[in-house]
Design a protein around this ligand. Structure first.
Ligand SMILES: Nc1nc2c(ncn2[C@@H]2O[C@H](COP(=O)(O)OP(=O)(O)O)[C@@H](O)[C@H]2O)c(=O)[nH]1
Ligand SMILES: [Mg+2]
Length: 229
């Protein structure tokens, strides 16, 4: 840094006055940003979507791809994730760029939750009622977490109809909060997946078809993340 001749004297924070041939503090910051800023970014990324869309599977995959222990529990029973799970210090290196990510794996968002749904999966009535209460709180926590993030991934299960109300609410809420989102059309490993329908329904968004389970096309998602964040 000393070769930059930033300051008068050694290690003092006094910008030189009246000498236009040397760097001022602002110019130096700009210079450093130009050199390193585009290569290294710290970003909080929230993952949102309906229950069972594959949010936790995706969060865990990103963690594993960054050699970090996955944290979330994946389950076929909806509303398994009922707290926001934060995975910090993830370093994603793509095409010479380094993204330093904190991921928020969030509880599933839904327009209705019934305890009867959980009973179908074999939970007792009291367990089902407790899970319903926690799932409702989880929805509030997921929405609140949107204020903490820099950008989002909205996960849509591409074996289901993409225009479900909840997806529209999620994307609309992120837009209202001015948070950019990529849409992931997940579960493309399944024969009934129709990621093209997701693309058709959200023409103004980047839609990336992936399988969070098998990792299919995940590199494409990482590449787009480094481009838009
Ligand atoms: N076939 C397939 N199943 C997936 C994929 N992603 C998640 N799942 C399954 O979908 C269910 C819900 O996954 P989970 O990650 O817990 O969803 P979340 O509720 O959105 O966090 C689990 O049974 C997962 O194994 C995928 O890409 N392909
Ligand atoms: Mg989950």
């Amino acid at each position: 840094m000393s070769s930059l001749n930033l300051y008068k004297g050694e290690n003092t924070l006094q910008p030189l006055k009246g000498r236009r041939d040397t760097f001022g503090l602002e110019e130096a910051e700009e210079w450093i940003r130009k050199l390193f800023g585009e290569r290294e970014k710290k970003v909080v990324l929230g993952i949102y979507g309906a229950p069972n869309a594959g949010k936790t599977t995706l969060a865990n995959r990103i963690a594993m791809d960054c050699n970090v222990e996955p944290k979330g529990v994946v389950s076929e029973i909806p509303h398994e994730t009922r707290e926001v799970i934060k995975i910090e210090n993830l370093n994603l290196n793509i095409n010479g760029k380094n993204l330093q990510l904190t991921i928020l794996d969030t509880p599933g968002l839904a327009t209705k939750i019934s305890h009867l749904e959980f009973i179908k999966y074999g939970l007792s009535e009291s367990e089902a009622i407790q899970r319903t209460k926690e799932a409702l709180k989880g929805i509030t926590k997921a929405i609140e977490s949107m204020d903490e993030i820099d950008a989002a991934i909205t996960v849509i299960d591409s074996t289901k109809m993409p225009y479900e109300q909840i997806n529209i609410i999620i994307i609309g809420t992120l837009e209202a909060k001015r948070k950019p989102t990529i849409i992931v059309a997940n579960k493309i490993d399944l024969p009934e997946a129709k990621p093209e329908l997701v693309k058709k329904f959200y023409p103004n968004h980047q839609v990336v078809p992936i399988s969070a389970l098998t990792g299919q096309n995940i590199e494409k998602l990482y590449k787009i993340l480094t481009e838009i964040i």
